[in-house]
Design a protein around this ligand. Structure first.
Ligand code: NAP
Ligand code: GDD
Length: 321
């Protein structure tokens, strides 16, 4: 039986990845950070099938101990401060978690389990003010936020450890991926949650920032499968993962409100508070390398993703009524 260690198991991607690996027969060990409460809502249905161990991206000793004791075949480093907007108000913390946290995990693996295979959660935010469209593995990075800068560091330290120490370490440069488990502060979930509340009379307007930003949005369940495929290769390599389609925040609003027969123009208001100091205007992936070398293709198109998220939020609010 293979063992997988997942940092960030309580997050959106961690919960889908844990499900996938359990279905494949893995022993799954998840890193959680110490808290006075146990907010494991995304993995509540899995807690008796996974092992949870305590460690923190800020603490080298705890990370090295966990890797030493677990002796994982595969390490998925998903933990991060992942909300771009917060990275401007907490830039140093974002750097500690999202950049140096990667080095700490790589050091833990190098010292305690050098034969393990390491996946780093890189991001399309690294392309930022894009140099070319669509973005592929060779596209130069131009990050536009402290988060994006931290992810560029995490990306290159992973490549560097692979080349310096001959570790099996790869970066997946993933474009935005969403689901009913997406955090409520991210724009897709903020919209679908509001659509459900407005439809049910619990809310009357939705305040958003830049409606013209364009993203390549896919379904998170598909993207964790790409992570796993990367660690099954004969040779470590980095991949762009996305759908190859791009839509604006405005188009997401049209689809989400349209799913419940509402017109977004009656409810959406723009608010300066949600604009960013520097924006990423356009992201769209060229996933052809992943198609060829991983045999990976996305299975959930944009319209279906939006409908899935709206339906899940409607069901969530309707349940207790
Ligand atoms: P998420 O839902 O925000 O989950 C983040 C996870 O990191 C949570 O489990 C969180 O634990 C954990 N974490 C944060 N700080 C930690 C620390 N100091 N020590 C230990 N754990 C810590 O993020 P996601 O959407 O699943 O994304 C997973 C990864 O992929 C992230 O690295 C993100 O930056 C990256 N990524 C995401 C996307 C996307 O579109 N979703 C695209 C590209 C890359 P708590 O539950 O305790 O907060
Ligand atoms: N969050 C948010 N809230 N975003 C808004 C809003 C709003 O009210 N109004 C407009 N937007 C715009 C943002 O300015 C941005 O251009 C776009 O919606 C998407 O924002 P988010 O959903 O917060 O995601 P992100 O693209 O910044 O970052 C996500 O994707 C990255 C991959 O490209 C996160 O998951 C990152 O962790 C991930 O790396």
């Amino acid at each position: 039986m293979k063992t997988a260690l997942i940092t960030g198991i309580t997050g959106q991607d961690g919960s889908y990845l844990a499900e996938l690996l359990l279905a494949k027969g893995y022993r799954v060990v998840g890193v959680v950070r110490r808290s006075s409460t146990t907010p494991y809502e995304r993995i509540a249905h899995l807690v008796d099938r996974v092992e949870l161990v305590s460690a923190d991206l800020l603490d080298q000793t705890s990370l090295t101990d966990v890797v030493h004791e677990t002796q994982p075949h595969e390490i998925y480093n998903l933990a991060a401060q992942s909300f771009v907007q917060t990275s401007w108000t907490q830039p140093v913390l974002t750097g500690e978690f999202t950049a140096l946290g990667v080095t700490r995990m790589l050091e833990a693996m190098r010292k305690a389990a050098p034969k393990s295979r390491f996946y780093q959660a890189s991001s399309s935010e690294q392309f930022g003010k894009v140099i070319e469209t669509p973005q592929r593995e060779s596209t130069p990075f131009y990050p536009r936020s402290p988060y994006g800068v931290a992810k560029v560091y995490g990306h290159w330290i992973t490549v560097n450890y692979r080349e310096s120490f001959n570790l099996f370490a790869v970066s997946g440069i993933l474009f935005n991926h969403e689901s009913p488990r997406r955090g409520l502060e991210f724009v897709t979930r903020k919209i679908t949650d509001a659509v459900a509340r407005i439809k049910l009379g619990l809310q009357h307007e939705l305040r958003l920032g830049n409606l013209e930003a364009r993203r390549d949005w896919g379904f998170a369940g598909d993207y964790v499968d790409a992570m796993w495929r990367m660690l099954q290769l004969d040779e470590p390599d980095d991949f762009v993962i996305g759908t190859g389609e791009t839509y604006s925040v405005r188009e997401f609003c049209i689809a989400a409100f349209g799913a419940v027969d509402l017109d977004y123009r009656d409810y959406v208001r723009q608010d300066e508070k949600f604009f960013r100091p520097a924006e990423v205007d356009l992201l769209v992936a060229d996933p052809s390398k992943a198609e060829q070398k991983l045999g990976w293709t996305p299975t959930v198109p944009f319209a279906e993703l939006v409908r899935m998220m709206v339906a899940a939020d409607l069901a969530r609010y309707e349940r207790p009524r």
